[in-house]
Design a protein around this ligand. Sequence first.
Ligand code: ADE
Length: 253
Amino acid sequence: MRLGIISALHEEQQGLIEAMQGPVSHSHGMREYTLGTLWEIDAVCVLSRIGKVAAAMTASILVEKYGVTHIVFTGVAGSGDPKVNVGDIVVAESLLQHDMDASPLFPRFEVPLTGLQRFGSDLVLSEALAGAAEQFLRQQAEKPADSALEIEGFGLQHARVHRGMIASGDQFISSAAHLRQLKQDLPDLLAVEMEGAAVAQVCFELGVPFTVMRTISDNANEEAAVDFMRFVQTVASRYAFGVVKNLCQRLAA
Ligand code: ADE
């Protein structure tokens, strides 16, 4: 196995790259690919940049140029459901491109010529990732209260892991009305972000198993931009590091 680890945020990869054994960095196409070993797993870390095209390019290069056999994506997302709270983790069972609409030629949301609206994540990888996420939240809960996070008031001691559908689009959703519209069309939506379903399509077309984890940073409403920035700066990085560490240890076992 060679695991491609794609993150959306610089803050999420910093710790992973510091933890890497024998890291070697390559620049290609406006990205840094760092190859090395993470907790016994042969890994390649890279930032996707933002949006579906950026994520699709990153995933393709990881497979075609760096020979990864599996991909995991880590990032943050807006909540797409009232039971999914800031600080929770969503592990994708399926991903959909919510801004894809080639109707009336193809049904709304269907990616033309694939016959699919939803791309399923790999069951084995997703099971391992969800286990790693549950383990991380237990580890956090057992720790003495972290004053920095307490002060920020994120209420993370109640954080949970959810599994289900994540929708991606080239839009930062920051309007309750917009989210309501999406939810009406996609009742099982759990989270909204900007890259996952693009990685999912590339992996589907190339036959590469993948999974996606998203930590909820905001409620995709009018406060989303402020909450997103605050969350990214304080907690996103430790979530990505902790969950990927647990995941690699599970995959190596
Ligand atoms: N990533 C984090 N929050 C998001 C939001 N509200 N919309 C799209 N992508 C996001």
